[in-house]
Design a protein around this ligand. Sequence first.
Ligand SMILES: Cc1ncc(COP(=O)(O)O)c(C=O)c1O
Length: 390
Amino acid sequence: MQLSERIARISVSSTATVVAKADTLKASGVDVVDFGAGEPDFPTPENIKRAAIRALEENFTKYTPTGGIRDLKQAIVERHAKDFGSDYAAEECLVTVGGKQAIFEAVAAMINHGDEVILPVPYWVSFLDIINYAGGTPVLLETKEDENFAAHAEAVERLITPRTKLVIINSPANPTGAVTPPEEMEKLLALAVRRGIALMSDECYCRFLYDGRRPYSLGCSKNRENLIIVGSLSKTYAMTGWRVGFALGPAKLLANMLKLQSHSTSNPTSIAQKAGVEALRGPQDSVATMLAEYERRRDHIVAELRSIPGLRCPVPEGAFYVYPNVSAYLKKDGIADTTVLATRLLDESQVAVVPGPAFGTHEHVRISYATSQEQIEKGVHRMKRFFASL
Ligand SMILES: Cc1ncc(COP(=O)(O)O)c(C=O)c1O
């Protein structure tokens, strides 16, 4: 069977590869500390689960409109308005099968062969492969670890060419937890408007901001014809398996994304949509509880990682990842690169982390602290022993 040239341009998400290897080890009885998975360890809140059960009992189990039920679109724009002060209409909302589908469809709807997409490094791995799959050319914007990986509008502008179609920004970011300040976000949007290109803002971690930072969205800007926002219920409400995400943007773009959705997944799962309505309209205290817990874990893990000689660990400002620089240990004891390091850490100390090449850098590993305090303590203890042995 001949495979397409298009499919050969991408590979299985390398974060998924690590998760799969850790899962295999766990299934064979190995006590693995899994810092690989990018998902909350909390269960989905009870009120949300009950809404899905109610939907089942009421036989809400048929096709819905492809782009989501009206009630959910309304709940999404209302929640966004409450959290950020935006004023999107339900017509400017598309419900998708997770935030990933929104990104995929938006890139597919905007990018022609050879169009350039500016992407800050470190990037979330799927951005790169989605651009490649669409035939676009990723143009990577290098950032600096000692500036907490900030993407500056001036640096973005230097990369713009007549072929530039889109800039992607993700704040708080996966894999670094870095937060782009509101002033910089506004400069990026102003730049996109001035140069006639689109800006995609991935807000999947927007409710997880630390040190008292206020939730912020570019969606509250007046000038948003060039802006597409991607959001998700996955992380905010510990709903990764439910697959509910959304896009907020110009109706014309959404209508074209909808075409793709209508020929691929059709609607997001009916009962998950009802659960989504409850997540967005119901009590929000579970989000605050998770945030407080993530912040405690962040403080603990950063302090512990910084106590490992040679490890540099920028302080994440949001999301639930740390991205320590492990270059002091490369070339030691036959460790050629971070992939070898991550493999040995898993094989010898049973700790799963994701090596930096998945995110475009070569001196880091990503550690997800969306796992229990007990697991964090065990994992850090093992890492300390592992690094001391090199
Ligand atoms: C930056 C970023 N965007 C989008 C997503 C997609 O999440 P989902 O498809 O579960 O909504 C993820 C998931 O890991 C992510 O890290």
